[in-house]
Design a binder for this molecule. Structure first.
Ligand SMILES: Cc1ncc(Cc2csc(CCOP(=O)(O)OP(=O)(O)O)c2C)c(N)n1
Ligand SMILES: [Mg+2]
Length: 568
């Protein structure tokens, strides 16, 4: 530039913000602190929504589910060392669940960390993050920020989505450089998640196997929900005429009341099907690894549709692997099926339908149970109707009995409206996911929480009030983990799984200006939930559940190790 003129400068702070905005990232979920407090303030001033939480784990769960809902990476921003570690659980959870998420943490200076000289919150964060996420990068120079953010975004959303760690040492933010050069160093990511078209031969092979089936079943996983190929999936399922089983976060891709939905006949269709087509679903513990008594004795053929080729044969032989993005795969199926596809044998589809009707009829009277204190089914009967009347509401759900029973009782009608604990069955996702769901969709949120599960993220009710979010938290308060009746006969301490009897969680919400309600009957619960959903005010309903109503570990008690030694 001409001598004497002040060159226009930019710095690390501004380049990070410009790179995020350039790539359409408009929300950051964070907990402020050294060295990222000013980054948050400046991002807010630049028009990015910066949501400050009370614990980084909740900010991370919010970022992960934001990624699931938007197909853009959810961004969690934390301080170094302890803040980074608090975000790691959510980063690993996002990777396990294939949610696109970027954990950005401030960090200590390399020269001090590498000589272990005891910097403020010193930790080799990049090394620690690497094994727990899909990709991990560190940026040391301001001119590399554009490439660093681009690599993190592409790694998070391309192929099988997952969690990415981006390490930004404190000194990077203050680094200055020429503003024009800085702008030129930024990268707008082109086609971050390219379509991956399945090979025509794999499509033909899969359809040949499906056509040969006498008792076919389609299993829709949360990968199918994530794909946002809702119309193509509906078209394929209906054209095939095959019964479908939605995994919990795939519920609503087609309504649970759809005539082909086999959700209420799950054990029958797993046992008796002869060909199973997995679409964005993995044969992990949630599907008993595709073998054992859950799947019956008869031999089965598995077709698998997944964007990750290494998922094939993970647990059992896949006779027809179809590798590609789910939208492209189901479109190719519909194309190849042409007009001559014949529905599966009527004796199978009718058997599935009658089993489902039988199970629904068996459940119905339990849901009318009006007793007080409530049992799970009496309370769930109310919430089932709320979602039926409000199909756009988003249901967040965690607990053991509270999760397992709600999953089967509350029908979903639209895609990506049920957000729960995912592959790990992790407790603590509740308030973070509720906050992100409300912010990313603008829809009202109903969070159905076990009282223990709620406790992992309960402090965020203050965050919910601070941003005045339309979230109605219903706590199924049975005074404990699984139930509230365990007794410790050895000393004066309470049993390890019980909580304060008759706790009033609703007072917590009132403490921050929200609406608190104590509901002891289904009628009171119904009135309170509908009032909350109509008002859009932050509300917490303490639903009093009979402490004896639950069972240990809900429906997965069989996973508990047993001691063969006589009880001491
Ligand atoms: C991070 C983490 N720590 C512990 C656990 C283990 C667990 C699974 S379910 C659960 C809570 C069950 O009690 P809740 O009151 O929520 O529900 P209900 O059955 O209706 O009484 C725990 C502690 C998990 N999964 N994740
Ligand atoms: Mg409980």
């Amino acid at each position: 530039e001409a001598p004497g003129t002040e060159q226009e400068l930019t710095d690390g702070f501004h380049l990070v913000i410009d790179a995020l905005k350039l790539n359409g990232i408009n929300t950051i979920y964070n907990v402020p602190g050294i060295p990222i407090t000013d980054l948050g303030r400046m991002a807010q001033a630049a028009g990015i929504r910066v949501i400050s939480f009370r614990h980084e784990q909740n900010a991370g769960y919010a970022a992960g589910i934001a990624g699931f809902l938007t197909k853009k990476p959810g961004v969690c921003l934390t301080v170094s060392a302890p803040g980074f570690l608090n975000g790691l659980t959510a980063l690993a959870h996002a990777t396990t669940n294939c949610y696109p998420m970027i954990l950005i943490s401030g960090s200590s200076e390399r020269e001090i960390v590498d000589l272990q000289q005891g910097d403020y919150e010193e930790m080799d964060q990049l090394a620690i993050a690497k094994p727990l996420c899909k990709a991990a990068y560190r940026v040391l120079h301001a001119q590399d920020i554009g490439i660093g953010l681009a690599r993190a975004i592409r790694a998070a959303v391309s192929g099988r989505p997952g969690g990415v760690y981006l390490d930004l040492p404190a000194k990077l933010f203050g680094q200055v450089m020429n503003a024009d050069a800085g702008q030129r160093s930024l990268v707008k990511v082109i086609d971050a998640a390219p379509a991956q078209i399945p090979a025509p031969a794999s499509v033909k092979r899969a359809l040949d196997v499906l056509r040969s089936a006498k008792r076919p079943l389609i299993i829709l996983g949360k990968g199918a929900a994530y794909a946002q190929a809702d119309e193509e999936i509906r078209r394929f399922v209906e054209k095939s005429g095959v019964p479908f089983l939605p995994m919990s976060m795939a519920k609503g891709l087609l309504p649970d009341t759809h005539p082909q939905c086999a959700g209420a006949a799950r054990s029958t269709v797993l046992k008796e099907s002869d060909v199973v087509m997995l679409i964005g679903a993995r044969l992990n513990w949630l599907l008993s690894h595709g073998k054992g008594k859950t799947w019956g004795e008869a031999p089965k053929k598995f077709i698998q549709v997944d964007i990750e080729p290494r998922e094939m044969d993970s647990n059992v032989e896949i006779v027809a692997p179809v590798v590609g993005d789910i939208g492209s795969c189901v479109s190719a199926f519909v194309q190849a099926m042409g007009s001559g596809w014949s529905a599966p044998p009527a004796d199978w589809t009718k058997a599935v339908q009658s089993k489902r009707e039988e199970n629904v009829a068996k459940m119905a009277p339990k849901l009318m149970n009006n007793k007080s204190p409530m049992d799970y089914h009496g309370a769930l009967g109310v919430l089932k109707n709320v979602i039926k009347e409000r199909p756009d509401a988003i249901l967040v759900n965690e607990g053991a009995n509270t999760l397992d029973l709600a999953r089967g009782v509350i029908d979903m009608y639209k895609p990506r409206k049920r957000l729960d604990v995912g592959t790990w069955g992790v407790m603590g996702i509740g308030m973070g996911q509720a906050i992100a769901a409300a912010l990313e969709t603008g829809n009202p949120v109903l969070a159905v929480e076990g009282d223990s599960a709620f406790g992992f993220s309960g402090m965020e009710v203050e965050t919910i009030c601070r941003y005045n979010l339309p979230i109605c938290v219903v706590i199924f308060n049975n005074d404990g983990i699984y139930r509230g009746t365990d007794v410790n006969n050895t000393n004066s301490d309470p049993a390890t799984t019980v909580f304060v009897k008759g706790a009033r969680y609703d007072k917590m919400m009132e403490a921050f200006g929200g609406v608190g309600v104590n509901a002891t009957s289904p009628d009171e619960l119904k009135r309170a939930v509908n009032e909350a959903m109509d008002s859009g005010k932050p509300t917490l309903i303490n639903a009093v559940i009979d402490p004896a109503a639950g069972s240990e570990s809900g429906r997965i008690g069989n996973l508990n190790p047993q001691s063969v030694l006589k009880k001491k």
